[in-house]
Ligand binder design. Structure first.
Ligand code: ATP
Ligand code: MG
Length: 592
């Protein structure tokens, strides 16, 4: 029907310029990038920026991009996260690959090669123009290779086993002081490293450290720990290992093993880059080396984004799980009804820079609205109903009114809305003591019911407490499209549904999770939760919404955009408000 909003085919930024330059110069035959999440939480919209950059480069330059679980810390990681990450990346990327290039993930046939009599490690063979590998790879699958590389550093006198405690290691590094164990012989180091692996020592008793320079101005180069003892089972390798490589050691070598050319990460890794390069150089590796490039992470206001804080919201029950539609997680945004194409468009829209900044959440909201305005099917639903009786309309009669599914897209067709004597309109669309500029329904006033008749309010029925029970109206029966008075000019048009035909739906009205732009500015983000971030109402919906489909998006006319929630059933429909039609917060700011 309509095409979802997709970003321009080739954005440009300093990272893509580097890739283009390296390909043109023949430094690499093809670009290989990767997205390397640690499976210790769910992905958030910041990760979406990184995913769109890394997979986007592969897509645009005919390159390869891998999804790699950076799973070197057994105690914090879990298969639940591996599964959610895989699902989220697939959701975000899947259709994208097909859309432009019709590519399937490439076959990964290992090609062993030899170097100086040693095994060099497998480089996946890739066929096709470009390959977005959505089958996850695991850094932990390289533990044997990484262990071999570490052993090679020991053999060449570039790594040593240290007996300092973690606290001593820290203070020695701060002071720039050599460890008393730094000058052990290669034989002793090999023996101790072997015994570390064999499980002879408890956690924390010894570490393997790269022998670089304890006085280096960059503290990351002060003999960093590259292996530590952890008697813990790993979600992917089980009980096989009791020593685990540190992030800095595993990352550059995993990149090398996968033949990564451009290792793109966020700015906080800039200070690690000399170490990244040192390790690769120290091993005297035969193939072209990967290079690290840093860009500014996404910071978004009115939310928090670190996994640690999101985990607190989940664990303390402040939201309903990682995929709560108020969460900035990819799964939360998806559940809320945000489409993958809107997230990709957002990622492209904000661009890639080298300077940290804060992105206003209204930018994201604008991109979502822009797409939904073009794609969401129009429907009528009343969130806070008030009954209307059309006193001059016969009981039992049903008049079909034709409604348009998608303005500007006639191919999306029309549908019939039943009009009857008893209707619901929105409570807000009636006012008893209305100010002059109120162009909806008032006593004695007229309003047009969208796609149907003009009605006039003739009376109000109230209960003993003065609450309105129903409105009595008359309809101008010639005012429907094609009728003699159809062209009568009436200022206001409101939505409605036929009471006997209406179906009930639970509607979850979501708003921003926090009331302030930078919830964690004072380190107290939980104090700034928006108490009104979720309101649940029972709406009266037009009957065609019985066939609502989880893949479609709906605009409840004059209200907002909605999508079915995963908890929705044919017996009990549940809709999530993805986003309002207009930015209600912009008004708040003006008012304030
Ligand atoms: P967090 O800080 O939110 O816990 P993380 O950096 O620990 O996230 P990783 O799983 O290590 O999460 O991240 C995987 C990749 O995503 C890394 O390359 C990281 O640089 C990138 N990334 C993480 N957060 C953002 C962000 N806000 N914007 C852009 N990229 C990000
Ligand atoms: Mg990280």
């Amino acid at each position: 029907m309509t095409t979802p909003l997709d970003p321009p085919p080739a954005p440009s930024d300093f990272i893509r310029d580097i890739v283009a330059r390296d390909l043109q110069a023949g430094t690499y035959e093809r670009s290989r990038t990767r997205f390397p999440p640690e499976p210790n939480g769910y992905l958030h919209i910041g990760h979406a920026k990184s995913i769109c950059l890394n997979f986007g480069i592969a897509r645009e330059f005919g390159g390869v991009c891998n999804l790699r679980m950076d799973d070197t810390n057994p105690t914090k990681e879990d298969v639940e996260y591996v599964d959610s990450i895989t699902e989220d990346v697939r959701w975000l990327i899947d259709g994208w690959a097909d859309q432009t290039m019709g590519l399937k993930p490439a076959g990964r046939t290992p090609e062993p090669s030899e170097h100086e009599g040693r095994r060099d490690f497998y480089l996946p063979a890739v066929t096709g123009a470009s390959a977005l590998n959505l089958e996850p790879l695991y850094a932990s699958d390289y533990f044997d290779q990484l262990h071999e590389y570490a052993t090679r550093l020991v053999e060449t006198g570039q790594a040593y086993v240290d007996d300092l405690s973690p606290e001593e290691t820290d203070s020695y590094r701060q002071e720039g002081k050599n460890s008393p164990f730094r000058e052990r012989s290669v034989e002793e180091n090999l023996d101790l490293f072997r015994r570390m692996r064999a499980g002879e020592f408890p956690d924390g008793a010894r570490t393997l450290r790269a022998k670089i320079d304890m006085q280096a101005p960059n503290v990351w180069l002060r003999d960093p720990v590259i292996y530590r003892i952890r008697h813990a089972t790993h979600h992917h390798t089980g009980a096989k290992w009791c020593i685990y490589p540190m992030y800095d050691f595993a990352h550059c070598l995993s990149d090398y093993i996968e033949g990564i050319t451009h290792s793109v990460c966020t700015l906080e890794f800039e200070v690690h880059r000399p170490l990244y390069d040192w390790i690769l150089k120290a091993l005297n590796l035969p193939r072209a080396l990967p290079h690290q490039f840093e860009f500014a992470r996404l910071n978004l206001n009115y939310t928090v984004m670190s996994k640690r804080k999101l985990m607190q919201l989940v664990n303390e029950g402040l939201v309903n799980g990682w995929d709560d539609p108020r969460m900035p997680t990819i799964s939360g945004l998806r559940r809320r009804g945000v489409t993958a194409s809107a997230l990709r468009a957002f990622a492209y829209h904000i661009g890639i820079t080298k300077y940290d900044g804060m992105t206003d959440v209204s930018v994201l909201e604008h991109v979502i609205r822009e797409e939904l305005n073009r794609t969401a099917l129009r429907r009528l639903a009343v969130l806070r109903p008030i009954k209307v009786i059309i006193t001059n309309f016969p009981e039992g009669k049903v008049e079909e009114c034709q409604a348009i599914n998608l303005p500007e897209h006639p191919e999306a067709g029309v549908r019939n809305l039943p009009f009857t004597r008893e209707l619901y309109i929105e409570h807000d669309d009636f006012m008893e003591d209305a100010p002059p500029k109120f162009f909806r329904l008032r006593p004695g006033g007229e309003v047009r019911l969208k796609y149907a008749f003009i009605i006039k309010c003739e009376g109000i029925v109230k209960d003993a407490n003065g609450a309105i029970l129903e409105l009595h109206c008359t309809a101008d029966l010639g005012s429907k499209t094609g009728g003699p008075t159809a062209s009568r000019k009436i200022k206001g048009t409101i939505h409605w549904v036929s009471a006997p035909h209406a179906i009930d739906a639970e509607v979850r009205l979501y708003d921003r999770l926090f009331t302030v732009p930078e919830p964690d500015a004072d380190g107290n983000f939980k104090q700034h939760l928006n108490p009104h971030s979720l309101e649940v109402v029972t709406a009266k919906c037009e009957p065609s919404l019985r066939e609502a489909d989880p893949k479609s998006r709906y605009q409840f006319e004059r209200l907002a955009y909605f999508a079915l929630d995963k908890e929705s059933t044919p017996e009990k429909l549940v809709f999530n408000r993805t986003i309002t039609l207009k930015d209600a917060w912009a008004k708040e700011v003006k008012k304030g």
